[in-house]
Design a protein around this ligand. Sequence first.
Ligand code: FES
Ligand code: FES
Length: 157
Amino acid sequence: MRLNFHLNGAATVLEVAEDRRLVDLLREDLGLTGAKEGCGEGGCGACAVLVDGVARLSCLLLAAQIEGRSVLTVEGLGTPEAPHPLQAALLARGAIQCGYCTPGMVISGLALLEENPQPSHAEIRAGLSGNLCRCTGYQAIVEAVAAAAETLRETGR
Ligand code: FES
Ligand code: FES
Protein backbone atom coordinates (compact mmCIF):
# COMPACT_ATOMS: atom_id res chain seq x y z
CA MET A 1 0.00 0.00 0.00
CA ARG A 2 0.96 3.65 -0.28
CA LEU A 3 0.87 4.82 3.31
CA ASN A 4 0.31 8.50 4.08
CA PHE A 5 0.76 9.67 7.64
CA HIS A 6 2.47 12.29 9.75
CA LEU A 7 5.60 11.18 11.54
CA ASN A 8 7.04 13.50 14.17
CA GLY A 9 5.30 16.39 12.49
CA ALA A 10 6.39 15.64 8.93
CA ALA A 11 4.09 14.43 6.18
CA THR A 12 5.39 10.98 5.24
CA VAL A 13 4.59 8.74 2.29
CA LEU A 14 5.84 5.18 2.17
CA GLU A 15 5.32 2.07 0.07
CA VAL A 16 4.82 -0.68 2.61
CA ALA A 17 2.97 -3.94 3.09
CA GLU A 18 -0.29 -3.14 4.81
CA ASP A 19 0.38 -5.77 7.47
CA ARG A 20 3.84 -4.43 8.29
CA ARG A 21 4.01 -3.84 12.03
CA LEU A 22 4.50 -0.21 13.00
CA VAL A 23 7.49 -1.09 15.20
CA ASP A 24 9.25 -2.67 12.19
CA LEU A 25 8.29 0.17 9.90
CA LEU A 26 9.77 2.69 12.33
CA ARG A 27 12.89 0.80 13.32
CA GLU A 28 13.84 -1.06 10.16
CA ASP A 29 12.34 0.94 7.31
CA LEU A 30 12.83 4.43 8.73
CA GLY A 31 15.77 3.94 11.11
CA LEU A 32 13.92 5.38 14.10
CA THR A 33 15.13 3.02 16.80
CA GLY A 34 13.71 4.87 19.80
CA ALA A 35 10.70 2.59 20.12
CA LYS A 36 12.06 -0.74 21.32
CA GLU A 37 10.72 -4.22 20.80
CA GLY A 38 10.65 -6.06 24.10
CA CYS A 39 7.97 -8.71 24.22
CA GLY A 40 6.40 -8.19 20.81
CA GLU A 41 3.00 -9.07 22.19
CA GLY A 42 1.68 -6.05 24.05
CA GLY A 43 3.03 -6.83 27.49
CA CYS A 44 6.01 -4.54 28.14
CA GLY A 45 5.35 -1.05 26.77
CA ALA A 46 8.86 -0.62 25.34
CA CYS A 47 7.47 -0.02 21.85
CA ALA A 48 4.98 2.71 22.82
CA VAL A 49 4.44 5.67 20.51
CA LEU A 50 1.76 8.34 20.42
CA VAL A 51 -0.85 7.95 17.68
CA ASP A 52 -3.05 11.04 17.44
CA GLY A 53 -1.88 11.87 20.96
CA VAL A 54 -2.78 8.51 22.48
CA ALA A 55 -0.13 6.06 23.70
CA ARG A 56 -0.28 2.94 21.53
CA LEU A 57 1.89 -0.17 21.29
CA SER A 58 3.68 -0.18 17.95
CA CYS A 59 4.21 -3.96 18.08
CA LEU A 60 0.44 -4.40 17.87
CA LEU A 61 -0.30 -1.82 15.17
CA LEU A 62 -0.15 -2.48 11.45
CA ALA A 63 0.75 0.00 8.76
CA ALA A 64 -2.81 0.10 7.47
CA GLN A 65 -4.00 1.23 10.91
CA ILE A 66 -1.93 4.41 10.84
CA GLU A 67 -3.08 5.65 7.46
CA GLY A 68 -3.89 9.36 7.85
CA ARG A 69 -2.82 9.47 11.48
CA SER A 70 -0.12 11.38 13.35
CA VAL A 71 2.60 9.31 14.97
CA LEU A 72 5.02 10.74 17.49
CA THR A 73 8.07 8.76 18.53
CA VAL A 74 10.64 9.70 21.11
CA GLU A 75 12.78 11.08 18.27
CA GLY A 76 10.15 13.76 17.77
CA LEU A 77 10.57 15.12 21.29
CA GLY A 78 13.76 16.61 22.63
CA THR A 79 17.33 16.36 21.48
CA PRO A 80 20.41 15.55 23.59
CA GLU A 81 21.13 19.27 23.63
CA ALA A 82 17.57 20.29 24.44
CA PRO A 83 15.72 17.38 26.04
CA HIS A 84 12.00 17.52 26.70
CA PRO A 85 11.35 18.32 30.40
CA LEU A 86 10.34 14.71 31.03
CA GLN A 87 13.53 13.41 29.45
CA ALA A 88 15.53 15.96 31.46
CA ALA A 89 13.82 14.89 34.68
CA LEU A 90 14.55 11.21 34.02
CA LEU A 91 18.20 12.03 33.43
CA ALA A 92 18.46 14.28 36.48
CA ARG A 93 17.06 11.60 38.80
CA GLY A 94 19.11 8.72 37.49
CA ALA A 95 15.88 7.07 36.37
CA ILE A 96 17.63 5.51 33.39
CA GLN A 97 19.85 2.48 33.71
CA CYS A 98 20.02 0.23 30.65
CA GLY A 99 17.55 2.61 28.99
CA TYR A 100 15.62 -0.06 27.12
CA CYS A 101 12.32 0.89 28.70
CA THR A 102 12.96 4.63 28.64
CA PRO A 103 11.41 5.68 25.31
CA GLY A 104 8.23 3.81 26.17
CA MET A 105 8.20 5.36 29.65
CA VAL A 106 8.59 8.82 28.12
CA ILE A 107 5.70 8.23 25.73
CA SER A 108 3.42 6.81 28.42
CA GLY A 109 4.47 9.56 30.82
CA LEU A 110 3.61 12.22 28.27
CA ALA A 111 0.23 10.66 27.57
CA LEU A 112 -0.45 10.58 31.30
CA LEU A 113 0.55 14.22 31.82
CA GLU A 114 -1.56 15.31 28.89
CA GLU A 115 -4.59 13.76 30.58
CA ASN A 116 -3.67 14.62 34.13
CA PRO A 117 -1.21 17.50 34.53
CA GLN A 118 -0.93 17.07 38.30
CA PRO A 119 -0.89 13.33 38.99
CA SER A 120 -0.25 11.81 42.40
CA HIS A 121 2.49 9.22 42.71
CA ALA A 122 -0.19 6.53 42.76
CA GLU A 123 -1.69 7.91 39.56
CA ILE A 124 1.75 7.97 37.93
CA ARG A 125 2.30 4.34 38.90
CA ALA A 126 -1.09 3.44 37.47
CA GLY A 127 -0.39 5.43 34.30
CA LEU A 128 2.90 3.63 33.78
CA SER A 129 1.62 0.21 34.79
CA GLY A 130 1.84 -1.06 31.20
CA ASN A 131 5.54 -0.22 31.00
CA LEU A 132 7.97 -2.69 32.50
CA CYS A 133 11.42 -1.74 33.79
CA ARG A 134 13.73 -4.46 34.99
CA CYS A 135 16.45 -2.12 36.25
CA THR A 136 15.31 0.89 38.24
CA GLY A 137 12.70 -0.27 40.73
CA TYR A 138 10.38 2.45 39.33
CA GLN A 139 10.69 4.96 42.22
CA ALA A 140 13.06 7.30 40.38
CA ILE A 141 10.86 7.13 37.28
CA VAL A 142 7.77 8.07 39.28
CA GLU A 143 9.63 10.97 40.90
CA ALA A 144 10.86 12.13 37.50
CA VAL A 145 7.35 12.17 36.05
CA ALA A 146 6.13 14.15 39.07
CA ALA A 147 8.99 16.63 38.67
CA ALA A 148 8.33 16.97 34.94
CA ALA A 149 4.65 17.61 35.66
CA GLU A 150 5.66 20.48 37.92
CA THR A 151 8.03 21.91 35.28
CA LEU A 152 5.40 21.64 32.58
CA ARG A 153 2.81 23.38 34.74
CA GLU A 154 5.26 26.15 35.60
CA THR A 155 6.38 26.70 32.03
CA GLY A 156 2.93 26.17 30.50
CA ARG A 157 4.27 23.67 27.99
S1 FES B 1 7.23 -4.88 22.42
FE1 FES B 1 5.29 -3.95 22.26
S2 FES B 1 4.44 -4.17 24.24
FE2 FES B 1 6.33 -5.23 24.38
S1 FES C 1 16.25 1.14 32.67
FE1 FES C 1 16.59 -0.93 32.07
S2 FES C 1 14.62 -1.71 31.69
FE2 FES C 1 14.26 0.25 32.53
